[in-house]
Write a protein that binds this ligand. Sequence first.
Ligand SMILES: *[C@@H]1O[C@H](CO)[C@@H](O)[C@H](O)[C@H]1NC(C)=O
Ligand SMILES: *[C@@H]1O[C@H](CO)[C@@H](O)[C@H](O)[C@H]1NC(C)=O
Length: 438
Amino acid sequence: MHFSSLLAVAALTTLASAAPVADNLRDLTYGDRTAYASAWNAGHAPPQQSYYPAPGGQGGYPPPPPPPSGGNNQPSPGNNGPGSPPPDNSQGIPAPPKQASDKPFALDNGFPTVPNPSDALTKINLAARGTLSNAPPPANPPSAQTLTSLKLIAFNELFETFYFTELLKNVTEGVKGYGFQDQALKKKVIDTLVAVQAQEQLHALNANNALNRFNAGPIKACQYDAPVDNFIDAIKLASTFTDVVLGTLADVSVVAGQNGDAGNIRGFTASLGQEGEQNGFYRDLLGKIPSALPFLTASLRDFAFSALNQNFVVKGSCPNIDTIDLKIFGTLTLETPGDIQPKDQNLDFSFPSGQNQGSGKLSLVYINQQNVPVVQPIQQLTAKGPDGKIRFSSPLPYTKNLMNGLTIAAVVDGEGPFPNITSVGAKTLFGPALIEIN
Ligand SMILES: *[C@@H]1O[C@H](CO)[C@@H](O)[C@H](O)[C@H]1NC(C)=O
Ligand SMILES: *[C@@H]1O[C@H](CO)[C@@H](O)[C@H](O)[C@H]1NC(C)=O
């Protein structure tokens, strides 16, 4: 999954308010779709702002999607069973053109502003199959570091709510690329996504409520863009960013421990495990075993914040991102195409030219599981190509370390030593590139 390179997809953008409201666990209604309908009828996107250059730098809009075709070439989800038919995308409706919204993401139920108590919250709880905690907050106010962690969590969960809202809509409406032949599987996916979409809302509300208690919030929603257009890629992407969140919530817990916030850690790890349950389902859909590794891959708050901004957040659209004291590194792109195979191999990477290259003595670091980071000097950088990118390759020692699941790659300044992920983060210039194996 080439998280970053997917963003090269042209003039895209976001969905503002097509909001599923789960009145019960089955019946879904949606927000106002007239903007999509009129844009589709006109055959082109309305003349709104676009955020990414179109291929060839024309800055235009993508052409309308092609009419539904007679078949599709997509792989089928793994638990359709071997040899079973792929999702039936021939019945899919053409997706409306992507259009830029000039509003931050919001749902019809008021999210991200949902009072406690309220009817809206009761409905979210029902769909999420549980509630916000009614326990009093920890006696001590959180440290500045833990407030930063809560801001990151809110920032991430707002994006995740956007993502699963859009994914649920695509599956429910049978948008092209999101069709299913197996109606039982479709129902299971919808039932799951209804719960997940509500659970992500509660994760975001929980973090913002904690911030509000200490006048440090709320973190406001941005505009987002999901760089996918079919169910398999959407689930691969969800699995990848969920893996990053799992590692990051462990970092959040470490930072809380270091800063006297033990009282917050139970809540952080409760959502960590919850997201792990989600990822087991995504992996199952992809034909992988649900549990990837004995010990999941570590991440850092700065890696998660960088990945969100590099891949999903529409630049300049976040009203109070400047209140989040975390780093956004330069982008490191995995250039090796296709799914990365479980074997020793050279992987190709690139980063943009003209950005800080530190001392110039660069190393590539791979972080996988709870192992000591693999640090390798970068032997040779190619000159800047016509695309303005600098390329290099680096061996992946898969066999020795059984580097399954998520591997985080980063370009760091110097040769180390980098005995742990925190020391890697302190010297990172470009990253994270996200590699998923098995
Ligand atoms: C939903 O489908 C549209 C149309 O293909 C696509 O642009 C968007 O990225 C998809 N979103 C997700 C989360 O799959
Ligand atoms: C990480 O390594 C550095 C040395 O580079 C050390 O100072 C630090 O204590 C280590 N941190 C953790 C959490 O082990």
